[in-house]
Design a protein around this ligand. Structure first.
Ligand code: UD1
Length: 445
């Protein structure tokens, strides 16, 4: 790969990073039917961890299909704080981690982006030490990191937590982590990714059992393999990594975002509209597609990377519970609940991944939904129609659920808390407008 000038910021449109983004309101006028094709962006969760993974290589890497999102900007800031060079051109990002000046990530950055904790694995593997603040909880749960820590300890790292920061180092004169057999109590996506990255440069073989099988884990494995890592079994519950002394440069494209694609499929169902999506990897959406078909719509696979949603005559209620991949994704739970709020009957949605991910229920109820919470279950009685109201987005996927509810509601919905939306959806308004939706961002008061 060509060497490039090093800059330490990624440029996002001002509208995403300005303080106005926090106070702005999204005005959604319900009732429009949608049609046309949506271009799905690169997967946020994959891009974030692949950016962290670029720390493993002593040569510059190019990553393509990076979405323009606040979370990506924040991960860029974390890498820049470590002394890594970044240069963005359109959807491409060059990361030059030939030299890593610091092994400590600043608290104010990590606290704003939980995924930035995942740099602990590659930093420790490459530099022999890492000091990363605990990311803390967030709106959807406490989100501890003990599975990451225990796995790194099993690989020979000394890890202790002091004043809210995780200090990890490879002890003694050994410069490399040691391969280990690691069983995860829960198939955590982040822990699987942290440990897989750390193991690529370890001495000997690491086996991760009960590993997460999410497509983003497989994408990260493919990225690492493209740099020379030896990884087998990603996408299954057992991943084997044979450590190598160093990794080289790569030019790698991120997979399409299955959650963004899923959100548009649900938009089609809620507005009873025919929508097609491209690019998309249908196998990443199997659980959602099955549920949408139970609801009464058809999801047609039109070629290897294109899906079409065709609405049915009814919106049947369906029960579901979220779970690790290939189960129903927790990141689609809020959007699917918005759909069930207008289904013809009652349904139960059970959240099993995060302990506090039902913040959207109160907001959907403000729009006329009839949803009761019982522990981790939401009992939803479908209503004939929602009505527009002022609402507050409580987290990223909750914000998408409110947009979907607004599209199907009678009247106007005013959504506050758009900084959540901007974390994870690239140009959602523009893409929906292209399909014929009526929505616009208004400055806050
Ligand atoms: C990732 C995704 C997030 C998605 C989630 C589950 C990124 C950047 N984020 O988050 O969008 O909702 O997967 O699909 O990829 N847990 C522990 N101890 C640990 C680690 C996790 O108890 O050490 C718990 C968490 O609190 C949570 C559950 O395990 O209840 C799942 O978390 P995990 O799979 O780790 O999610 P993330 O990697 O944080």
């Amino acid at each position: 790969m060509e060497d490039t000038a090093i800059v330490t910021t990624i440029n996002l449109p001002n509208s995403l990073t300005s303080p106005e983004a926090d106070s702005a309101v999204l005005e959604v006028t319900g009732g429009a039917s949608l049609s046309g094709q949506v271009a799905v962006s690169g997967a946020k969760n994959s891009a974030l961890v692949v950016m962290a993974g670029a720390l493993l290589s002593g040569q510059p890497c190019r990553i393509r299909n990076i979405p323009h999102l606040v979370d990506i900007e924040r991960m860029g800031e974390v890498l820049a704080a470590l002394g890594v060079g970044l240069q963005r051109q359109g959807d491409s990002l060059e990361i030059d981690a030939r030299s890593i000046a610091h092994t400590q990530a600043p608290y104010d950055l990590v606290s704003r982006l939980r995924a930035s904790f995942f740099v602990i694995g590659p930093l420790l593997a490459r530099m022999g030490e890492a000091r990363i603040p605990l990311p803390g909880g967030c709106a959807i749960g406490a989100r501890p990191v003990e599975l990451h820590v225990r796995g790194l300890q099993a690989m020979g790292a000394n890890v202790h937590i002091d004043h809210g920061t995780v200090h990890a180092c490879v002890p003694g004169r050994r410069s490399r982590l040691q391969g280990a057999k690691i069983y995860l109590d829960y198939p955590s996506v982040g822990a699987t990714e942290t440990l897989m990255m750390a193991a690529t440069l370890a001495e000997g073989e690491t086996i991760i059992e009960n590993a997460a099988q999410e497509p983003e884990v497989t994408d990260l494995a493919n990225f690492c393999r493209s740099m020379g890592a030896r990884i087998q079994g990603a996408g299954t519950n057992t991943i084997a990594i044979a450590g190598v002394p160093s990794l080289h440069s790569t030019d790698f494209g991120i997979i399409p975002d299955r959650i963004e694609a899923g959100t548009f499929l649900v938009a089609g169902a809620m507005t009873r509209s025919e929508i097609s999506l491209c690019p998309v990897i249908p196998e990443h959406l199997t659980a959602l597609i099955a549920k949408l078909q139970e609801v009464g719509g058809q999801v047609l696979v039109e070629g290897p990377n294109r899906l079409r949603y065709v609405p049915g005559a009814t919106l049947n209620p369906v029960d579901l519970q979220t779970g690790p991949f290939p189960g129903f994704p927790t990141d689609m739970q809020a959007q699917f609940m918005a759909l069930m709020a207008v289904a013809q009957g009652s349904s139960i949605i059970t959240e099993t991944v995060f302990e506090n991910r039902l913040g959207h229920v109160a907001e959907l109820n403000r729009m006329g939904a009839d949803i009761r919470i019982n522990g981790s279950c939401a009992i939803i009685k479908g209503v004939p129609r929602l009505s527009g109201a002022p609402v507050l987005a409580t987290d990223l996927r909750a914000s998408a659920a409110l947009v979907l509810a607004g599209l199907a509601a009678e009247g106007t919905t005013l959504i506050q808390g758009l900084h959540h939306l901007d974390r994870g959806y690239e140009n959602l308004e523009g893409k929906l407008q292209q399909l014929g939706a009526q929505l616009a961002r208004k400055p806050g008061v």
